[in-house]
Structure formats: structure tokens, C-alpha cells
Write a new protein. Structure first.
Length: 219
């Protein structure tokens, strides 16, 4: 992947399963704005003390986190499966006068440069679980030595039964699965459940607690 990926426009150039793209495009198309437009509270709290560098925003949605990071001096690459969401995110960045690299891809198909990001942020990502733990390994592989992986998810969802609407928590990656892959090259800085600082409005606002995993790559 070049250092400056071409901006995604939602039409072609997508790397990933087209069924996944279509599913998320449908979700975004149903609403003019799906999320609150504000950065996630756990991201704001955990990144406050970090020195800005290269950041990867995994599952960037409509771009609130990516724009917030860019405004804070981070060199941001943002990845998303929905072309509709990326168009909204890019407009958000343009309105703010900020530069962000947009990738229209699934995490596991994005051909990211290994060990290149000082911060990998995945806020409530819908990463599909596979037998080879491809998504978990892709998250870890993207972190540069000395860098941080911040993975935040809704507490309690990982233990729920399959829903009638077809959502099965067993199909997705949860923080505990990433933590299980850590070896001596990693230091766990935060691994806890805490009350969620939720932006006002937007889908997911009803969730009250977060699972927060913050780990640092030592080498």
C-alpha cells in the first residue's frame, strides 16, 4: 500500500467481501446520519496522554474519531467497509479542513504496511471471527514498536445468545480474543470494564458499559 492511499469514493476499489460492504451500506443508507458525529469517549480518554504520530482508525464509520485524531495532530489513516460511510467521513474532514487517508476495505484485506502505526484504534468494531484469528492478528500486526492498540467494545455483548435478527456474538471478535494472543512483546496497560462515556444520540447510545483493552507493543 502506498504511503498516501487514494481517497475512497464508495465506487469500486473496495478490498473485501462485497456482502459485508452491502450489509453496511444498507445500514447507513437507512439514516442520514447513523452515529452521533462526536468522538468516542474511551478514545478521548485513552489517547489524551499520547504523543501524536501515525494512527489507524479501524471501522471509522462517518469519521468522527478520525477527524478528532487529525485535529489533535495525528497523521490518520481510516478504514471502513461502507462506501456510504466513507463519503460522509470524507465530507466531515473537508468541512473541518483536515486531511485523512481513507481506505475502502475490510481490515484483513487492506494490505496495510506492517508495524507502521503508533496508534491503532478500533472502537466497537464489527470484525468477523475466523478460525485463523485473521482480524485479531491484523490489529496487532499494524502496531509499530512502542505503539498502542486501543480496542473498545460494548460490555456484555460477547456473552449474549444469538438474536432473532441474525446477530450472533460468536461470529465477532471481542477484546478477550485479542488479549489471548498477546506474548512477551506486549504490555497490557488497561484491560477493564468501565461506565461508557457516550456521545449524545446515534446508534449504540443505549449501551452503558465499555470493555477497554489498551496494550503497548514493546518490540
Amino acid at each position: 500500500m502506498p504511503d498516501t492511499p487514494a481517497p475512497a469514493d464508495g465506487h469500486g476499489g473496495y478490498a473485501g467481501d462485497p456482502t459485508v460492504r452491502a450489509e453496511w451500506d444498507s445500514r447507513y443508507a437507512d439514516r442520514q446520519q447513523l452515529w452521533s458525529g462526536e468522538p468516542n469517549g474511551a478514545l478521548v480518554a485513552e489517547v489524551a496522554g499520547l504523543t501524536p504520530g501515525r494512527a489507524l482508525d479501524v471501522g471509522c464509520g462517518e469519521g468522527a474519531d478520525a477527524v478528532w485524531l487529525a485535529r489533535g495532530g495525528w497523521d490518520v489513516t481510516a478504514i471502513e467497509v461502507s462506501g456510504i460511510a466513507l463519503e460522509r467521513a470524507a465530507q466531515h474532514a473537508r468541512d473541518a479542513g483536515l486531511a485523512v487517508r481513507w481506505l475502502h476495505a475490510e481490515l484483513t484485506e487492506a494490505a496495510l504496511p506492517p508495524a507502521s502505526f503508533d496508534l491503532v484504534s478500533a472502537q466497537y468494531p464489527a470484525l468477523l471471527r475466523t478460525p485463523d484469528a485473521a482480524a485479531e492478528r491484523a490489529l496487532l500486526a499494524a502496531v509499530a514498536p512502542g505503539g498502542v492498540l486501543l480496542l473498545v467494545h460494548h460490555a456484555g455483548m460477547d456473552t449474549q445468545q444469538a438474536h432473532e435478527n441474525g446477530f450472533d456474538p460468536a461470529d465477532y471478535v471481542w477484546p478477550s480474543m485479542v488479549a489471548a494472543l498477546l506474548d512477551d512483546d506486549w504490555q497490557v496497560e488497561v484491560d477493564e470494564q468501565r461506565p461508557r462515556v457516550a456521545p449524545g444520540g446515534g446508534a449504540g447510545a443505549h449501551h452503558t458499559d465499555d470493555l477497554v483493552l489498551r496494550v503497548r507493543r514493546l518490540r
